[in-house]
Design a binder for this molecule. Structure first.
Ligand code: GLN
Length: 453
């Protein structure tokens, strides 16, 4: 289902009905919340879903955490507000990893999200509910957030398009902060056209978010690009990483497909990328430990009030947060402590700068960078990994967050019946170029697959 196909119809009730009937097992929608959009808007009648870390006034925003289980949003996020004004109607909030920390959506206080394409497997995370809901066909699009890959990874696992715009394209006002220098709202849908349409509506400078930038090129009007005219680079790390063999084969198929269309594809060594996961897992937990300090039982959400003040703080956080969130807070607090700040945190910032500069220089020469979105196929529910194994699932997605670059997951066929996705990374604030290449690739790949069935 796409926005384009739905314009002019009212499918709000039909979508809500689908969720009620189908979502008990998938568990992608935490609550139905009906906020009807502007009746005179072009898109009236079209529903969307929003990740539960984005505020909608008067409704709950739980971040899939016990600590915010009953938290009511005092205002509406800018991105949601703009969609409502354009006529779209919000019909619910989606499940996620607690505070957007995770890759499989198994860190939710409200239970995991199943993959709609194979119920024995995870949806991916942390925007797993937003990806599964689009994959299951409830709505044409949803909003998620992407700090290290949380839109692209679940999009890849659920077989949908997932786009993280350049840092600054979309206001973060009304988004629960995880790692503010990396966080960005992203869009999940079934086509690049729809993604472009939604970003065009919600993008732009916002006085409530000083990190927003103005972007004046229309994202929807020029979505075709001659693939024989583009230069693509593949970072060598893709071939050095321990990839599932089927992923390797499917990725090579995508490369051959592009070469057959005339694209120039080159493998280049970017040794700096080896450090991106390490750098991310210093910077993101450090920012998170600071951002999450406000959840102490005083102003927001859950409070364990039976004890004195100090014990109230301690036990509220002990009971209110899940294990992964606590792990991040502890790591972050350690990294920022006086003795380790310069050893870890400030060093990570320097390496982040080196990685970013390298990527900017490379993307001066190449139109896009290409990788598989995930190094692995969607794991089974409950398949146990150690934290490091989870963290490595972000190997290909993190660099775009570190450098603020736009990046997109495009579905490309199936592996053992499961969706597989290609990631394209583009130039900073040139999201229109990336979207045009991604759209042309997606549409021509779909035609090719149809031909082969
Ligand atoms: N998987 C990464 C993490 O757990 C990324 C999360 C995200 O993008 N929100 O931090």
């Amino acid at each position: 289902m796409t926005i384009e196909e739905t314009i002019g119809r009212n499918i709000i009730e039909e979508s809500i009905q689908k969720i009620i009937e189908m979502d008990k097992i998938i568990n992608s929608v935490l609550r139905i919340e009906k906020v009807v959009g502007n009746k005179n808007g072009k898109y009236f009648g079209i529903p969307f879903l929003v990740k539960d870390n984005i505020l909608v006034k008067g409704t709950k925003t739980t971040n899939a955490s016990k600590i915010l289980e009953n938290y009511i949003s005092p205002y509406t996020a800018t991105a949601v507000q703009k969609l409502l004004e354009a006529g779209f109607s919000l019909i619910g909030k989606t499940n996620m990893d607690e505070f957007a920390m995770g890759n499989t959506n198994e860190n939710s206080y409200f239970g995991p999200v199943r993959n709609p394409k194979d119920l024995s497997r995870v949806s991916g995370g942390s925007s797993g509910g937003s990806a599964a809901a689009v994959g299951a066909g409830y709505v044409p699009f949803s909003l998620g957030t992407d700090t290290g890959g949380s839109v692209r990874l679940p999009a890849s696992f659920c077989g949908v398009v997932g786009f993280k715009p350049s840092y600054g394209m979309i206001s973060r006002y009304g988004v629960t902060s995880f790692a503010s220098s990396l966080d960005q709202i992203g869009i999940l849908s079934n086509s690049v056209k729809d993604v472009s349409l939604v970003v065009e509506i919600i993008k732009g400078k916002d006085k409530n978010d000083p990190t927003t930038l103005s972007h004046t090129v229309d994202l929807t009007s020029n979505l075709e690009r001659d693939l024989s005219d583009i230069k693509i680079c593949i970072p060598k790390i893709v071939y050095d990483t321990d990839l599932n063999i089927s992923i390797k084969n499917s990725f090579n198929e995508a490369v051959d497909f592009l070469k057959a269309k005339g694209s120039k594809v080159e493998v280049i060594d970017i040794p700096e990328l080896e450090y991106s996961v390490a750098v991310y897992y210093i910077i993101a937990p450090s920012e998170a430990s600071s951002n999450l300090a406000r959840f102490d039982g005083v102003r927001y959400g859950f409070r364990n009030a039976s004890l004195g003040l100090n014990d109230m703080y301690r036990t509220t956080r002990e009971i209110g947060f899940g294990i992964e969130v606590k792990r991040r807070i502890i790591m972050g607090t350690f990294n920022l402590s006086a003795d380790y700040y310069s050893k870890y945190y400030s060093k990570a910032l320097k390496v982040r700068r080196i990685i970013s500069d390298k990527l900017y220089n490379i993307l001066d020469e190449y139109d896009v960078m290409m990788t598989p979105t995930s190094p692995s196929i969607p794991p089974y529910m409950g398949e146990k990994f150690n934290p490091l194994e989870y963290y490595l699932m972000d190997t290909f997605t993190i660099p775009a967050n570190l450098a603020g670059l736009p990046a997109i997951n495009i579905p490309f066929g199936l592996i053992e019946g499961l969706p597989f996705g290609i990631q394209f990374i583009g130039r900073q604030m040139k999201d229109e170029e990336l979207l045009a290449i991604a759209n042309t690739f997606h549409e021509s790949a779909k035609k090719e697959f149809e031909k082969n069935v």
